[in-house]
Every structure is written in structure tokens, then in C-alpha cells.
Write a protein that binds this ligand. Structure first.
Ligand SMILES: [Zn+2]
Ligand SMILES: [Zn+2]
Length: 276
């Protein structure tokens, strides 16, 4: 997130929408009032519900609290792959407790991030990430909840681990940004692909070739706010209210109507996450 550019103006409303992956705490929410303010801004443009996602233990505790504060907010909890080296027994016990909460609708974000090791101080090594990923896969299966995957430069390794471990019934690749080959592999495996602002980036050629290959029943949409602000607002702070920009860009790439895509992805989110 950059403070160098002003917040994007509100888009034309597009309803109904569910933001399938966002980080309300990183968007500035700290309590019930600040959480409601962000969701109010989203709801005003049709984004009526959001899934707020944890990447560490503190964020997981926040996500479940936020989901109890506001009926429009649902939680997903896990330890992010770059922090998988913090997954000690105490942390596992607490993540399990939070993941079992009825307001928690997925185990995530977990997975593999092969970009940051060696670049980021304290980043979990690939072997530690894989061990953490396997633990989260098992947790999702034990709880019967969807597994939400973070993937950075790890297409083949993710598919390998999912295959060897046995994937949970529902798998979501959040911020899907890979190319056509990975999209086909995920579609064939029955996974769901959640598209973010990256699909609107003009230089994302392979991703824009991949997006039309995904059957509508396997598509979700997300902001990953405050990151990945859609074109033409790159560099400005992202928030769930910006989701209509991404959905219109995705509909454009797929050659379908934005309102039909909005309705379909909302039905998918309701089914996948069991939203009420
Ligand atoms: Zn992620
Ligand atoms: Zn995220």
C-alpha cells in the first residue's frame, strides 16, 4: 500500500458481490466501528459481504473477532507461508481453535511463497513452508472447511503437495495470477480460482489468457486489499469497495457481462464458504 496516491474514487455500483479475500486489519480496521466503516463503503457499491483473511496469529484473532462484530464479515485463518516458521505447538492449538469458530469459513491463507525466501529477513524456508502447508491441509480436512491457497512462483510444488497429501473437498487459489497451463490444471482438479486486481494489469498477459478458461462455476473475485489495487489506480490504497473495478475488468477479459459475472461469483462464494 502506498500513501503517495489518493484513494480511488468509488466505482459505479455492481451488485451483488462478495469480496472473497481481503485483509480488513491491514486496511486499518481495529474495532467494530472501523470494521463497519470499511464494510459500509463496500456495501454502498454492492459489495455486501467480505471474507477477511489472516496471515499470522494476531491477524487470526482479529479476523474472528471482526466476523463476530459484523454479520457481513466472515473470517479465514492460517499462518502465511512466509511465516510458517512460527508454527509452533502453541500457535497450532490457537489456529485450530479459531478455525473451528462457526464464523470462520476457510483455512487460509496457506500455501507456498518461493519469491520471498532469501530476500526477506526471517522468511520461512521452502521446506518449512511445505511442512506448514501440509499441516493446514490436514486441518482443513479435519474441520471440513475450504482450503485457501497463497501461491507465489510455486505452481508445480503446490499441485505436487496437494496431490500427495490429498486435497480437501474445496480448494481456492486466492489471487490467481498464473498462466493458462496452471489454470487448466486447477480447473481439472475442481479447484476454485479467485481473481484479484492483477487481472486488470495491462502487463499480465498470461493471466489474461488464463481467465477465460475457467468455468464460471469455479470463479471467485477478491480485492486482497489493501494490496493489488486494480488498474488504473495501481499504487493507491485498495479497499473492498474497489472490487467492482476488478469484476468489470475480469468480465471484459472473459467476454461476458459484469452483472452476470457478479451474480455467478456471489452464488459461488455462498456455496463455497457456506455463507448465509
Ligand atoms: Zn496471498
Ligand atoms: Zn491476502
Amino acid at each position: 500500500m502506498s500513501k503517495s496516491r489518493p484513494a480511488p474514487e468509488a466505482p459505479e455500483p455492481l451488485a451483488p458481490l462478495v469480496d472473497a479475500h481481503t485483509h480488513l486489519d491491514a486496511c486499518g480496521a481495529t474495532d467494530a466501528a472501523t470494521t463497519a466503516a470499511i464494510v459500509d463503503r463496500a456495501a454502498a457499491v454492492g459489495v455486501g459481504r467480505v471474507v477477511t483473511v489472516a496471515d499470522d496469529l494476531h491477524a487470526a484473532q482479529f479476523a474472528v473477532r471482526a466476523a463476530h462484530w459484523d454479520p457481513r464479515v466472515f473470517a479465514a485463518v492460517a499462518i502465511h507461508p512466509t511465516r510458517a516458521n512460527s508454527l509452533d505447538d502453541t500457535t497450532r492449538t490457537e489456529i485450530e481453535r479459531l478455525a473451528a469458530d462457526p464464523r470462520c469459513v476457510a483455512v487460509g491463507e496457506t500455501g507456498l511463497d518461493l519469491y520471498w525466501p532469501g530476500k526477506l529477513d526471517g522468511c520461512a524456508e521452502p521446506a518449512e513452508q511445505e511442512e506448514g502447508f501440509r499441516w493446514h491441509i490436514d486441518l482443513a480436512k479435519r474441520l471440513g472447511k475450504p482450503l485457501m491457497i497463497h501461491n507465489r512462483e510455486a505452481d508445480d510444488d503446490l499441485l505436487r503437495v496437494l496431490h500427495s497429501e490429498g486435497a480437501p473437498e474445496t480448494v481456492i487459489f486466492h489471487c490467481f495470477s498464473s498462466g493458462p497451463e496452471m489454470a487448466r490444471a486447477c480447473v481439472d482438479a475442481g479447484y476454485h480460482l479467485s481473481f484479484s486486481g492483477t487481472v486488470s494489469f495491462r502487463n499480465a498477459k498470461a493471466l489474461r489468457e488464463a481467465a477465460p478458461l475457467v468455468p464460471r462455476a469455479q470463479v471467485l473475485v477478491e480485492t486482497d486489499a489493501p494490496f493489488l489495487t486494480p488498474h488504473p489506480f495501481r499504487g493507491a490504497p485498495n479497499e473492498p469497495y474497489c472490487l467492482p473495478y476488478t469484476v468489470r475488468a475480469l468480465a471484459d477479459v472473459r467476454g461476458e457481462s459484469a452483472s452476470e459475472l457478479a451474480a455467478a461469483t456471489t452464488a459461488n462464494a455462498e456455496r463455497v464458504y457456506g455463507l448465509s
